[in-house]
Design a protein around this ligand. Structure first.
Ligand SMILES: C[S@@+](CC[C@H](N)C(=O)[O-])C[C@H]1O[C@@H](n2cnc3c(N)ncnc32)[C@H](O)[C@@H]1O
Length: 228
């Protein structure tokens, strides 16, 4: 099986406001122009929409898809109560998602690591992009040659979403599909947490890496912008 959805309890239970500290949302904000149409792939309970509505003055249209029914229910209830408009949340496996409308910006944040092979996903969403549109990916990568396909067994349950791809492989594959590719290191400081499954910052020779006690692999975060 390629991907299995498990409920990300941390995302589901946290208040919307707590996501304001997410630096990736500040990056995304800069990409959104007036009246653009945005697709948020793996939108969870719509924390990005909450952030954008508070921070962006101009109008934009938003579609969020996620396969987790609980997240989509929370999103639909929350945004209805808060009377925020021009949005749509759809409960859908991203591999099965279809749309007649094309998008200016497609965001795939923290989602690719659920898959063993990202190429089909990138090709699929490239086809949903307007001519000058952008795909924006946030993901972790490591500097080795091979993709790491990781399934973490915790309390007898397999956790997905942990795969760490080789940056070199990723760039090589992107070149087959996209004309314009930009890789930016995404540097954040993560405080040391007790849970061995949490990502932590680790400084080596003045370079900031990320580390997870359970996986024992060093990785880096990047955001990648792609144009057709
Ligand atoms: C780590 S969370 C990231 C949430 C959000 N994009 C962000 O950056 O804060 C990953 C999300 O992807 C969703 N997801 C994983 N596989 C999916 C699939 N096949 N189809 C739709 N959503 C999926 C999960 O349910 C989860 O909400």
């Amino acid at each position: 099986m390629e991907s299995k959805i498990y409920e990300n309890k941390n995302y589901i239970t946290r208040p919307y406001k707590s996501f304001f500290k997410y630096k990736r949302f500040d990056v995304i904000k800069k990409y959104i122009k007036k009246d653009q149409t945005i697709l948020d792939v793996g939108c969870s309970k719509g924390q990005l929409l909450y952030f954008l509505n508070k921070k962006i003055k101009h109008r934009f249209n938003y579609v969020g898809i996620d396969d987790c029914i609980k997240s989509i229910q929370i999103a639909n209830n929350f945004f209805k109560e808060n009377s925020i408009n021009r949005y749509k949340f759809i409960k859908k496996d991203l591999l099965k998602y279809k749309s007649k409308n094309l998008f200016d910006l497609i965001i795939i944040s923290g989602v690719l690591s659920y898959y063993n092979d990202y190429n089909g996903i990138l090709r699929k969403f490239k086809n949903l992009l307007k001519k000058d549109g952008t795909i924006l990916i946030f993901n972790k990568f490591h500097s080795g040659d091979d993709d790491l396909i990781i399934r973490l067994k915790k309390d007898k349950i397999f956790n997905y979403g942990m795969n760490i791809f080789s940056k070199k492989n990723f760039i090589k594959n992107l070149k087959n599909n996209f004309n314009k590719i930009e890789f930016q290191r995404f540097n954040i400081q993560l405080k040391r947490k007790i849970n061995k499954f949490n990502t932590k910052s680790l400084k080596i020779n003045k370079i900031n890496y990320f580390y997870n006690d359970a996986l024992k692999v060093l990785y880096e975060f990047y955001y990648v912008s792609l144009k057709k």
